[in-house]
Design a protein around this ligand. Structure first.
Ligand code: AHG
Ligand code: MN
Ligand code: MN
Length: 340
């Protein structure tokens, strides 16, 4: 019997740090630098959540007066969250490249052999909802680059398809703050205990139901969706899967996906007249979500293609996404086949 299992039995609290260290013990030779990288992420998101929690009390609501690379108005909290993540992740020796929704160009920080990770993130997702006290989130995707600095090509190393993610997840600043994470070994949820200041394992090995009862989509754009997507939503509503689905959509992807992951159903942002390529950004929104959904037993597609198979051309490229339980996704694939 090893010491950790005794400690776990005697003490019901397992923190994110303990959990990741235990997972790493399965890989002999792991240096601990990945766990140290993750501690940068947990520290930054705790600082962000503290700011979000006090948002109505301090002068952090509203627009910052600038637009980001996507042409969207930056909120003050977008800027704050971005700076915090850049700072604390940038301090980690193992982080070589950082790319954010809020910065046009990625930051190439280090070329030492240790700097073998790339972190791509959306510092605050759903930020247009902040002023009205709706849940927001942070999404992140972690990639490897070659150990040997001479084998590196920063542009190529950054633009890897999502199936190569070594880890990905999100933090939801909701009624509680929750970190949902996968390193390719199942999906685990950790709730921030504000009394202790630690992310504590609360949802071990999340499996999403094969079928749920909700679809989550901005239905205002329905008449501009491609035919298969219209048929899919219409079918769910009309009882094609044996029940009439209801809708849930808040417009904060992390919150909408979190409900879908835990309760089942489907979340989608199809191509629309305004956003023919879809609206969500592949590398820091769709890829982490697709990774989690697949790890939890669901599927994530862009049309016929797996989101995780898309080869990116640019760090800010957009994609359509449909992700959910296996029954809903089988039905989506049937709608695609029938629309051809
Ligand atoms: P962000 O706040 O990072 O720009 O992302 C907003 C995204 C996402 O959270 C959400 O799913 C989607 O925008 C909502 O878009 P619509 O308002 O078009 O439905
Ligand atoms: Mn976003
Ligand atoms: Mn954002």
């Amino acid at each position: 019997m090893n010491e950790f299992s005794v400690a776990e039995r005697d003490n019901t609290v397992i923190t994110f740090e303990q959990h990741t260290l235990l997972q790493q013990k399965r890989y002999p030779g792991a240096s601990g630098s990945f766990a140290w990288l993750l501690s940068g992420l947990t520290l930054a998101t705790k600082i962000i959540q503290a700011k979000v929690r006090r948002a109505g009390l301090t002068d952090v609501l509203g627009e910052a007066g600038a637009t980001n690379v996507q042409g969207e108005n930056q909120q003050k909290l977008d800027v704050f969250a971005n700076n915090v993540l850049l700072h604390y992740l940038g301090l980690r020796d193992s982080v070589g490249i950082l790319a954010s929704e809020e910065n046009e160009e990625p930051f190439v920080l280090k070329q030492s052999a240790d700097a073998k990770y790339i972190v791509i993130f959306d510092p605050l997702d759903g930020s247009s909802n902040i002023d009205v006290n709706v849940s927001v989130g942070t999404t992140f995707s972690i990639l490897r680059r070659p150990n040997d600095p001479y084998e590196r090509d920063d542009a190529v190393d950054l633009l890897q398809p999502g199936y190569k993610q070594v880890a990905a997840g999100y933090v939801l600043y909701g009624s509680s703050t929750m970190l949902v994470y996968s390193a390719g070994d199942g999906v685990h949820g950790f709730t921030l205990d504000p009394a202790v200041g630690a992310y504590v394992l609360s949802h071990e090995n999340i499996r999403m139901p094969a079928q749920g009862k909700w679809y989550s989509v901005n239905e205002a754009h329905l008449d501009t969706f491609p035919a298969a997507y219209q048929a899919f939503v219409g079918g769910l509503r009309g009882g094609a899967l044996g029940k009439r689905y209801a809708s849930r959509y808040i417009g904060s992807m992390v919150a909408d996906v979190h409900r879908t992951l835990l309760k089942g159903g489907v979340f989608l942002y199809p191509p629309t007249a305004d956003n023919p390529q879809g609206k969500l950004r592949l590398m820091y929104e769709a890829n982490p979500i697709a990774f989690l959904i697949e790890q939890a037993g669901g599927k994530a597609l862009c049309g016929r293609e797996r989101v995780l198979d898309i080869r990116p051309d640019s760090v800010h490229q957009r994609t359509a996404i449909v992700c959910g339980g296996t029954r809903e996704m089988e039905y989506f694939e049937r709608c695609l086949a029938e629309s051809e």
